[in-house]
Ligand binder design. Structure first.
Ligand code: GRF
Length: 200
């Protein structure tokens, strides 16, 4: 399975996927990492493993669709079959989503559909939930919407700060994202009536 990763930041989820592949746990290869941020640590991580890494500057394009086409051109050059959003801080348009139907995954640090958008961990703390977590889902054009693939929970502790809770959730992110990609690579995910069925 040929994977392309979109990332805007530090890339710890990217790292967990690289590690999963290296450990032989995911039958896939990362063909390219694309970032909309020139200084993204994710690009450095890719370079370290000799993975093609490319900065695509949104300001070089007149429209979001043209920017996305810039990314799609790179993904197509690499024959990417599955697109992984790993801390990619932009919404995709219907144009991109249609091109990669049920083939774009995202991870979000909440138990969706709760706490979509930015600062999900702070939203959870502010609300006072006792259980938090993370979600891997197929991405559509909405903000953190699309069929849910895997979720994992963590307890919220009374003395949690945004940082301590985010770290606890992140440890789980690094487990479920590689697992979701593995399921996809093994052809065990089916989307039916807007829901994911895990086969077997
Ligand atoms: C993660 O918390 C992920 O859930 C969210 O953005 C963060 C990315 O972290 N979508 P990293 O760049 O993978 O370290």
């Amino acid at each position: 399975l040929k994977i392309g990763v979109l990332a805007s930041g530090r890339g710890t989820n990217l790292q967990s996927i690289i590690d999963g592949i290296k450990a032989g746990e995911i039958p896939a290869e990362i063909e390219v990492v694309i970032s909309d941020k020139e200084t993204a640590k994710a690009l450095e991580r890719a370079a370290k493993y000799d993975i093609d890494n490319q900065y695509v500057n949104p300001q070089d394009y007149n429209t979001t669709e043209e920017f996305e086409q810039g990314m799609i051109d790179i993904l197509e050059q690499h024959n990417v079959q599955l697109v992984i959003m790993a801390g990619f801080m932009r919404l995709l348009t219907p144009y991109f989503v249609k091109k990669y139907k049920d083939s774009v995954m995202n991870i979000h640090p909440s138990l969706l559909p709760a706490f979509k958008g930015l600062h999900a961990q702070k939203q959870a703390l502010d609300y006072g939930v006792k259980v938090a977590g993370c979600t891997v889902h197929f991405a559509d054009e909405g903000m953190d919407t699309g069929p849910i693939i895997l979720q994992a929970t963590v307890p919220v502790k009374e003395d949690d700060t945004e940082e301590t809770l985010a770290n606890r959730i992140l440890q789980k992110e690094h487990k479920i994202y590689p697992k979701a990609i593995r399921l996809y690579a093994e052809d065990k995910l089916e989307v039916k009536n807007g829901k994911v069925i895990i086969k077997e």
